[in-house]
Design a binder for this molecule. Structure first.
Ligand SMILES: Nc1ncnc2c1ncn2[C@@H]1O[C@H](COP(=O)(O)OP(=O)(O)O)[C@@H](O)[C@H]1O
Ligand SMILES: [Mg+2]
Length: 270
């Protein structure tokens, strides 16, 4: 039996309230989760159950009301070069070339980018030769490739991804899922991935954590043991459908969230 990998990321009784003009929103309630080193986990659950809130607290960029996030045993507060993030929107600066966009985080942190590393990453994700293009010249999928390079450019040990492919067409999404799996197998980053697509979560993950409706709580964890590397063919198998349907049933079985105050329906921007 292979030894259990050490715990990389610990979410310890995370609770979050947002104060809004129309009252308090209880977004997370006592959520605890351990993510092992090199593990690929997905968070799924109904809209508004606190997935984004939880991810931002893991990044150290948003505070919890109570509880703690620890990376390698150290509490996470503030930006951390060991944590990379990818969002649904690639968030590229429209007036800068792709190359200049990728250099931007280095400029603002006063560090020098390693041009060979950046070039290698661009080639790895299929962006070789696109450095001089402007973001508007790239498709949504290509823009997301750039945001993956940007997230990996500091060589973080943890990658947090919030519905990164939610806005892409199905074909591009499949391609991006293959790319993420390959990169994960090559780099062995610890990845926490949020998605609304249960097939995507099952295809990519070692574990799928289901959250319940607001206030978000951990409801159930599914271990996905399809062998790796996984090819898209598995998504057409009976076994795959069975796992997807079991997880869908678990989500549907969760109680519905109470109505949030009107002003609180925006995304987690704090
Ligand atoms: N900045 C904010 N201010 C007030 N309420 C917020 C804020 N961000 C999120 N919320 C509320 O917190 C709950 C969880 O939101 P979120 O973490 O975005 O959920 P999910 O990502 O699962 O859809 C929702 O009810 C949402 O309306
Ligand atoms: Mg969200």
């Amino acid at each position: 039996m292979s030894p259990t990998p050490p715990t990389k990321l610990v979410i310890d009784r995370a609770t979050k309230y947002y104060e809004t003009k129309s009252g308090r929103v209880h977004a997370l309630d006592n959520v605890s989760l351990d993510v092992s080193d090199h593990e690929f986990v997905s968070l799924v659950g109904p809209s508004g159950c606190g997935k984004t809130t939880l991810l931002w607290s893991m990044s150290g960029l948003h505070d919890l009301t109570s509880g703690e996030v620890r990376l390698d045993g150290v509490p996470v507060h503030g930006p951390n070069p060991n944590i990379g993030m990818v969002f649904q929107d690639a968030n590229l600066l429209p007036w800068r070339t792709i190359q200049k966009n990728l250099e931007f985080p280095f400029e603002i942190s006063g560090k020098k980018p390693d041009p060979h590393r950046l070039l290698g990453l661009m080639e790895r994700v299929g962006l070789g030769g696109f450095g001089s293009k402007m973001p508007r010249e790239l498709s949504g999928g290509m823009q997301q490739r750039a945001s993956i390079v940007r997230a990996l450019s500091f060589d973080p040990s943890v990658l947090l991804m919030d519905e990164p492919f939610g806005a892409l067409d199905a074909f591009t999404r499949d391609e991006m899922n293959m790319l993420v799996e390959e990169i994960w197998l090559e780099t062995r980053k610890t990845i926490v991935f949020i998605t609304h697509s249960i097939p995507e979560a099952v295809f990519l993950s070692d574990k799928v954590h289901v959250m319940s409706a607001r206030p978000g709580r951990m409801a159930k964890t599914f271990t996905i043991d399809f062998p790796r590397p996984r090819l898209l063919d598995i998504t057409q198998t009976r076994e795959f459908f069975d796992v997807v349907n079991t997880i869908k049933a678990e989500i549907e079985h969760q109680p519905r969230a109470p109505k949030a105050p009107k002003t609180a329906l925006a995304g987690a921007t704090q």
